[in-house]
Ligand binder design. Structure first.
Ligand code: GLN
Length: 342
């Protein structure tokens, strides 16, 4: 079960009167009725999620927190873990070594496709399952317990609270994970992963089964947006030199085979997971977390995409936006924006 959410407690500056909060509430009301998409069921335990669950949370790099809806419901992090474990692998080895084991090229293929770069035998990037398994293999530790501890501690640094594994989901992943197992053995054939293959697969299934909530998703991205330092606890979660590695693969590969369209339309580095979570950031400014289990055919949360599209457009948050935004984020955060103008 989850431990007390210290970061949530510490950061409940919850700027209640700010118009931005009203904006998020209206966004939640706007998209809650949307019934498109389907809750993932390829891992049987995931199918227990309720389609109506819906949370949105924004945390600024100066620690203001805005949350609406089901932000305290725990769910499994799934593929979102891949971005952050990639950062940990970079810390455990140097960049050149990690680059030999996993590339940074988008695949345009589904997250679970069994495909390696023909020239180098590397998985294409750390965000597809093959690349994530290769990344997880790079997590050091004297045994399985120490390696898992390091992964859990990583997420503690990012979110500011302790995390646990959802054991039934872990076991369900493990029992149905033959496709991932096949990839791991294929990569071992090419010398891309070590021989402790079952241990690494267990660690990969465990990292996917880490319980987080929407508030945590905003916090992990707020931490990246803040140069790798959690804006509430002040603890560094990732060495500053690797922030750009993680954030750039999020931008190019974070939304599976929707990443190109996402970069074009939303323009925020992001990562999604089949549990229904999305974490996204505006570097230097804020982290955003959304949670809604129904997924589109590519495996991204339907409501989550809508929320990010609206926020990006309405506040000009696209990384490459040069036009004046319809709304000024600073005004809306501070209280001088007009909340009921849309
Ligand atoms: N645990 C999942 C898997 O390997 C992660 C997939 C995801 O979130 N896309 O299938």
């Amino acid at each position: 079960m989850s431990k007390p959410n210290l970061s949530s407690f510490a950061s409940s500056i919850q700027a209640a009167a700010a118009p931005f909060r009203t904006y998020l509430t209206e966004l939640h009301e706007k998209y809650h009725p949307l019934t498109d998409g389907k809750v993932a069921d390829y891992i049987p335990e995931l199918a227990l999620a309720k389609p109506e669950w819906f949370g949105i949370c924004v945390i600024t790099t100066d620690g203001q927190t805005f949350e609406v809806g089901d932000c305290q419901i725990d769910f499994t992090i799934q593929s979102i873990s891949k971005a952050f474990v990639y950062g940990l692998a970079l810390e455990h080895h140097d960049r050149a070594y990690v680059n030999c084991k996993v590339g940074v090229e988008p695949t345009g293929e589904a997250f679970n496709s069994i495909v390696l770069d023909e020239k180098t035998n590397r998985p294409y990037n750390p965000m597809v399952n093959a690349g994530a398994i290769a990344t997880t293999d790079l997590i050091t530790g004297k045994d399985a317990t120490e390696r898992l501890k390091r992964v859990l501690d990583l997420f503690r640094r990012y979110t500011g609270r302790e995390h646990d594994i959802n054991v039934p989901i872990f076991l369900s992943e493990k029992a149905t994970g033959d496709r991932n197992r096949a990839m791991a053995y294929l990569m071992r054939n090419f010398g891309m992963v070590s021989d402790r293959i079952e241990e690494t697969l267990d660690l990969y299934f465990q990292q996917c089964s880490i319980l987080i909530n929407t508030h945590d998703l905003a916090m992990i991205s707020a931490t990246l947006a803040n140069g790798g330092v959690n804006p509430i606890t002040g603890e560094r979660a990732i060495a500053a030199e690797y922030v750009q590695d993680v954030v750039s693969v999020m931008l190019t590969c974070g939304m599976y085979d929707y990443s190109g369209e996402w970069a074009y339309k939303v323009g925020m580095p992001a990562k999604s997971g089949v549990g229904g979570g999305i974490t996204a950031l505006v570097p230097g400014r804020l982290g955003l977390g959304t949670f809604s289990p129904p997924l589109d055919v590519k495996g991204n949360s339907v409501r989550g995409i809508k929320v990010c599209e609206d926020l990006s457009r309405d506040f000009g948050l696209h990384l490459f936006n040069a036009a004046p935004a319809e709304r000024d984020l600073d005004e809306w955060l501070s209280g001088s924006g007009v909340a009921d103008s849309w």
